[in-house]
Ligand binder design. Structure first.
Ligand SMILES: C[S@@+](CC[C@H](N)C(=O)[O-])C[C@H]1O[C@@H](n2cnc3c(N)ncnc32)[C@H](O)[C@@H]1O
Length: 211
Protein backbone atom coordinates (compact mmCIF):
# COMPACT_ATOMS: atom_id res chain seq x y z
CA UNK A 1 0.00 0.00 0.00
CA UNK A 2 1.31 3.46 -0.85
CA UNK A 3 1.42 6.46 1.48
CA UNK A 4 -1.56 7.92 -0.41
CA UNK A 5 -3.62 4.91 0.69
CA UNK A 6 -2.70 5.01 4.38
CA UNK A 7 -2.71 8.80 4.78
CA UNK A 8 -5.36 11.34 3.78
CA UNK A 9 -3.55 14.55 2.89
CA UNK A 10 -5.50 16.44 0.24
CA UNK A 11 -8.12 19.21 0.45
CA UNK A 12 -9.37 19.79 4.00
CA UNK A 13 -6.75 17.37 5.35
CA UNK A 14 -4.02 19.62 4.00
CA UNK A 15 -5.59 22.56 5.86
CA UNK A 16 -5.86 20.61 9.10
CA UNK A 17 -2.21 19.56 8.79
CA UNK A 18 -1.10 23.22 9.04
CA UNK A 19 0.67 23.20 12.39
CA UNK A 20 -1.22 26.08 14.02
CA UNK A 21 -4.63 24.70 12.95
CA UNK A 22 -3.61 21.17 13.95
CA UNK A 23 -2.51 22.32 17.41
CA UNK A 24 -5.65 24.45 17.90
CA UNK A 25 -7.96 21.54 16.99
CA UNK A 26 -6.02 19.09 19.14
CA UNK A 27 -6.22 21.35 22.17
CA UNK A 28 -9.86 22.28 21.55
CA UNK A 29 -11.02 18.67 21.19
CA UNK A 30 -8.99 16.99 23.92
CA UNK A 31 -10.41 16.81 27.46
CA UNK A 32 -8.50 19.07 29.85
CA UNK A 33 -5.67 17.15 31.54
CA UNK A 34 -5.98 14.21 29.12
CA UNK A 35 -2.35 14.29 28.05
CA UNK A 36 -1.01 14.57 31.59
CA UNK A 37 -3.27 11.65 32.63
CA UNK A 38 -2.00 9.53 29.74
CA UNK A 39 1.58 10.12 30.83
CA UNK A 40 0.81 9.37 34.48
CA UNK A 41 -1.46 6.35 33.96
CA UNK A 42 -0.26 4.76 30.73
CA UNK A 43 3.26 5.79 29.78
CA UNK A 44 4.40 5.87 33.42
CA UNK A 45 7.95 7.16 32.86
CA UNK A 46 10.42 6.90 35.75
CA UNK A 47 13.46 9.15 36.19
CA UNK A 48 16.43 7.98 34.07
CA UNK A 49 14.29 5.73 31.84
CA UNK A 50 15.36 5.38 28.21
CA UNK A 51 12.38 6.28 26.03
CA UNK A 52 11.88 6.09 22.27
CA UNK A 53 8.87 7.95 20.82
CA UNK A 54 7.86 6.88 17.29
CA UNK A 55 5.77 9.52 15.49
CA UNK A 56 6.45 11.93 18.37
CA UNK A 57 4.92 14.99 16.66
CA UNK A 58 5.91 18.09 18.65
CA UNK A 59 6.73 15.82 21.63
CA UNK A 60 4.34 17.84 23.81
CA UNK A 61 4.02 14.93 26.26
CA UNK A 62 7.65 15.45 27.22
CA UNK A 63 6.46 18.40 29.34
CA UNK A 64 5.07 15.86 31.83
CA UNK A 65 8.12 13.53 31.90
CA UNK A 66 10.72 13.47 34.66
CA UNK A 67 14.40 13.59 33.60
CA UNK A 68 14.75 10.73 31.13
CA UNK A 69 16.79 9.84 28.05
CA UNK A 70 14.32 10.64 25.27
CA UNK A 71 14.57 10.09 21.51
CA UNK A 72 11.68 11.28 19.34
CA UNK A 73 11.28 10.56 15.62
CA UNK A 74 8.74 12.11 13.25
CA UNK A 75 8.48 12.61 9.50
CA UNK A 76 7.13 16.15 9.97
CA UNK A 77 10.06 18.62 10.06
CA UNK A 78 7.88 21.43 11.44
CA UNK A 79 6.73 19.31 14.38
CA UNK A 80 10.35 18.35 15.13
CA UNK A 81 11.43 22.01 14.90
CA UNK A 82 8.73 22.86 17.47
CA UNK A 83 9.94 20.05 19.72
CA UNK A 84 13.55 21.26 19.47
CA UNK A 85 12.52 24.87 20.19
CA UNK A 86 10.46 23.90 23.20
CA UNK A 87 12.56 21.16 24.75
CA UNK A 88 16.10 21.76 23.51
CA UNK A 89 18.49 19.27 25.09
CA UNK A 90 15.75 17.57 27.15
CA UNK A 91 15.43 15.20 24.20
CA UNK A 92 17.05 14.07 20.95
CA UNK A 93 14.77 14.74 17.98
CA UNK A 94 15.09 13.17 14.54
CA UNK A 95 13.23 14.00 11.32
CA UNK A 96 12.39 10.87 9.35
CA UNK A 97 10.47 7.64 9.17
CA UNK A 98 10.09 5.61 12.37
CA UNK A 99 12.28 2.94 10.75
CA UNK A 100 15.29 5.21 11.49
CA UNK A 101 15.20 3.41 14.85
CA UNK A 102 15.57 -0.03 13.28
CA UNK A 103 19.36 0.23 13.24
CA UNK A 104 19.56 1.02 16.96
CA UNK A 105 21.03 -1.57 19.34
CA UNK A 106 18.90 -4.29 21.00
CA UNK A 107 17.40 -4.05 24.46
CA UNK A 108 18.16 -0.41 25.21
CA UNK A 109 14.73 1.13 25.89
CA UNK A 110 12.51 0.94 28.96
CA UNK A 111 9.54 2.41 27.12
CA UNK A 112 8.68 2.78 23.44
CA UNK A 113 5.77 5.09 22.64
CA UNK A 114 3.73 4.91 19.44
CA UNK A 115 0.87 7.33 20.10
CA UNK A 116 -1.33 8.06 17.12
CA UNK A 117 0.91 6.08 14.74
CA UNK A 118 -0.47 2.57 14.14
CA UNK A 119 -3.61 3.92 12.45
CA UNK A 120 -1.37 5.62 9.86
CA UNK A 121 0.32 2.38 8.75
CA UNK A 122 -0.51 -0.91 7.03
CA UNK A 123 -0.70 -4.23 8.91
CA UNK A 124 2.76 -5.14 7.54
CA UNK A 125 4.27 -1.90 8.82
CA UNK A 126 2.46 -2.27 12.15
CA UNK A 127 3.91 -5.77 12.55
CA UNK A 128 7.40 -4.47 11.89
CA UNK A 129 6.82 -1.77 14.56
CA UNK A 130 5.81 -4.46 17.09
CA UNK A 131 8.75 -6.72 16.10
CA UNK A 132 11.36 -3.98 16.20
CA UNK A 133 9.94 -2.55 19.42
CA UNK A 134 10.23 -6.01 20.99
CA UNK A 135 13.88 -6.19 19.92
CA UNK A 136 14.70 -2.66 21.12
CA UNK A 137 13.05 -3.07 24.55
CA UNK A 138 14.90 -4.40 27.56
CA UNK A 139 13.22 -7.34 29.37
CA UNK A 140 10.06 -6.05 31.14
CA UNK A 141 10.18 -2.99 28.88
CA UNK A 142 6.87 -1.75 27.48
CA UNK A 143 5.56 -0.62 24.10
CA UNK A 144 2.62 1.73 24.65
CA UNK A 145 0.27 2.64 21.83
CA UNK A 146 -2.78 4.86 21.48
CA UNK A 147 -5.02 5.04 18.43
CA UNK A 148 -8.58 5.93 17.44
CA UNK A 149 -10.65 2.77 17.11
CA UNK A 150 -13.90 1.41 15.79
CA UNK A 151 -16.03 -0.47 18.32
CA UNK A 152 -19.27 -2.41 17.82
CA UNK A 153 -22.47 -0.38 18.37
CA UNK A 154 -20.37 2.78 18.19
CA UNK A 155 -21.82 6.28 18.53
CA UNK A 156 -22.32 7.44 14.91
CA UNK A 157 -20.21 10.57 15.48
CA UNK A 158 -17.38 8.47 16.92
CA UNK A 159 -17.59 6.18 13.88
CA UNK A 160 -17.52 9.19 11.55
CA UNK A 161 -14.50 10.62 13.34
CA UNK A 162 -12.67 7.32 12.83
CA UNK A 163 -13.65 7.27 9.16
CA UNK A 164 -12.50 10.86 8.62
CA UNK A 165 -9.17 10.56 10.45
CA UNK A 166 -6.10 11.55 8.42
CA UNK A 167 -4.76 8.09 9.18
CA UNK A 168 -6.68 5.83 6.80
CA UNK A 169 -5.93 2.64 8.78
CA UNK A 170 -8.17 3.10 11.84
CA UNK A 171 -9.11 -0.45 12.93
CA UNK A 172 -11.58 -2.27 15.13
CA UNK A 173 -10.19 -2.77 18.65
CA UNK A 174 -9.82 -6.55 18.09
CA UNK A 175 -7.67 -5.95 15.02
CA UNK A 176 -5.19 -3.75 16.91
CA UNK A 177 -4.94 -6.42 19.62
CA UNK A 178 -4.60 -9.27 17.11
CA UNK A 179 -1.65 -7.55 15.44
CA UNK A 180 0.07 -6.84 18.75
CA UNK A 181 -0.46 -10.44 19.91
CA UNK A 182 1.52 -11.73 16.93
CA UNK A 183 4.62 -10.42 18.73
CA UNK A 184 3.81 -9.71 22.40
CA UNK A 185 2.19 -12.39 24.55
CA UNK A 186 1.28 -9.96 27.34
CA UNK A 187 -0.87 -7.02 26.30
CA UNK A 188 -3.09 -4.88 28.50
CA UNK A 189 -5.91 -3.24 26.61
CA UNK A 190 -7.98 -0.22 27.55
CA UNK A 191 -10.72 1.20 25.33
CA UNK A 192 -11.79 4.71 26.32
CA UNK A 193 -14.48 7.15 25.24
CA UNK A 194 -13.49 10.08 27.45
CA UNK A 195 -10.30 11.39 25.82
CA UNK A 196 -12.03 13.96 23.63
CA UNK A 197 -14.86 16.42 24.23
CA UNK A 198 -16.79 14.87 21.33
CA UNK A 199 -17.89 11.22 20.99
CA UNK A 200 -14.83 9.16 20.06
CA UNK A 201 -13.23 5.84 20.93
CA UNK A 202 -9.54 5.31 21.59
CA UNK A 203 -7.59 2.15 22.30
CA UNK A 204 -4.55 2.04 24.58
CA UNK A 205 -2.26 -1.00 24.37
CA UNK A 206 0.51 -1.75 26.85
CA UNK A 207 2.66 -4.51 25.33
CA UNK A 208 5.14 -6.00 27.79
CA UNK A 209 8.35 -7.79 26.81
CA UNK A 210 8.48 -10.79 29.12
CA UNK A 211 11.78 -12.05 30.39
C1 LIG B 1 -1.63 11.74 15.50
S1 LIG B 1 -0.01 12.41 15.45
C2 LIG B 1 0.56 11.97 17.08
C3 LIG B 1 1.71 12.80 17.55
C4 LIG B 1 2.21 12.48 18.96
N1 LIG B 1 2.62 11.08 19.07
C5 LIG B 1 1.16 12.78 19.99
O1 LIG B 1 0.60 11.84 20.59
O2 LIG B 1 0.89 13.98 20.23
C6 LIG B 1 0.81 11.19 14.43
C7 LIG B 1 2.23 11.56 14.13
O3 LIG B 1 2.84 10.46 13.43
C8 LIG B 1 3.72 11.00 12.46
N2 LIG B 1 3.98 9.96 11.46
C9 LIG B 1 3.12 9.43 10.56
N3 LIG B 1 3.75 8.50 9.81
C10 LIG B 1 5.03 8.43 10.27
C11 LIG B 1 6.18 7.64 9.91
N4 LIG B 1 6.11 6.75 8.91
N5 LIG B 1 7.33 7.81 10.60
C12 LIG B 1 7.39 8.73 11.61
N6 LIG B 1 6.35 9.51 11.98
C13 LIG B 1 5.19 9.35 11.33
C14 LIG B 1 2.98 12.22 11.94
O4 LIG B 1 3.86 13.15 11.33
C15 LIG B 1 2.36 12.77 13.23
O5 LIG B 1 3.19 13.73 13.86
Amino acid sequence: MSLEETERNTGLYRLVSIRQINRFLRNALRMPGAQENMVRNHIKPSPMDSILDLGCGDASMLAYFPDVRYIGIDTNPQAIAEARNRFGSKGEFMVGDFSLAWNMADGQFDIIIAYGLIHHVTDTQALSIYQQAYRLLRPQGRLVTLDPAFVHNQHPIAYLIGRLDAGAMVRYTDDYVRLGKEVFSTIHVEVRDDIQRIPSNSIFLECIKEG
